[in-house]
Design a protein around this ligand. Structure first.
Ligand SMILES: [Zn+2]
Ligand SMILES: [Zn+2]
Length: 233
């Protein structure tokens, strides 16, 4: 990760003025102050568990408390961030990953300091091979340029079943797929933060959090870059 730090700061030293990732106007930041102020922010009140905007506790979480204890999320899944993420995930274009990572870093700076490590939501081997990279790890690269960052661990959990249309499954079908994650290490008593790009549905994060809690994790929280406000399941 020191390499990541050196690479990034060498690039920024050589390029003090860069185009804003959104408006393309040259400035000193990955996202300029104006574009930052125009982004759709996930404001309070929002659900303490899943960060859904509207109330301190949403109906879904009141009905069934999720396995994760809290969600950090500052942005709504809306233009231009959703399009930037789409380019990264489905067009394999990493040009926006630093800027999106810069925004994710702002949210990660609010995470509890006693967090032991970060787990990016893993992809199955099939998905990883098809895409060539895990987009969450790409987003975490900017965070990893910070010298005091919480360790990011990719080997703790594996995704052992590919679930290409997981969001489209109904509750019974999703429950039948509980064993999609396998915990590979002893995590007893650890405070863990799961990081994901967007909550298409809370089920993936919830299934992972359940697996981590079953393996002995003390606290499991979630940090997502963006949150959808419709199609909640
Ligand atoms: Zn801008
Ligand atoms: Zn909720």
């Amino acid at each position: 990760m020191i390499n990541q730090w050196l690479k990034y700061y060498k690039w920024r030293l050589l390029n003090p003025i860069i185009p804003c990732a959104i408006c393309k106007i040259p400035n000193t930041s990955l996202v300029c102050t104006y574009c930052l102020s125009e982004l759709e922010v996930n404001q309070y009140p929002k659900c303490n568990y899943c960060a859904k905007p509207g109330a301190d506790f949403c109906n879904n979480c009141n009905y069934i408390i999720p396995a994760f204890n809290h969600t950090y999320c500052d942005y709504i899944y809306a233009t231009p961030l959703n399009k930037m993420l789409h380019h990264l995930k489905y067009k394999y274009n990493k040009s926006n990953s630093w800027a999106l990572g810069y925004l994710l870093n702002k949210t990660l700076s609010k995470v509890k300091t006693d967090t032991d490590f970060i787990i990016p939501v893993p992809l199955s081997n099939a998905r990883l091979t098809a895409r060539g990279f895990n987009q969450v790890l790409e987003l975490l690269k900017y965070y990893c340029t910070k010298l005091n960052h919480i360790p990011v661990k990719t080997y703790i959990v594996s995704k052992i079943i590919d679930t290409p249309h997981y969001a489209a499954l109904n509750r019974q079908e999703r429950q039948a797929q509980q064993a999609i994650f396998q915990v590979n290490k002893n995590i007893a008593g650890k405070n863990i933060l799961i990081v994901d790009d967007v909550n298409t549905t809370r089920s993936t994060a919830n299934t992972l959090a359940k697996a981590l809690k079953a393996a002995g994790a003390k606290r499991v929280e979630l940090c997502i870059l963006m949150r959808t406000v419709i199609h909640e399941k």
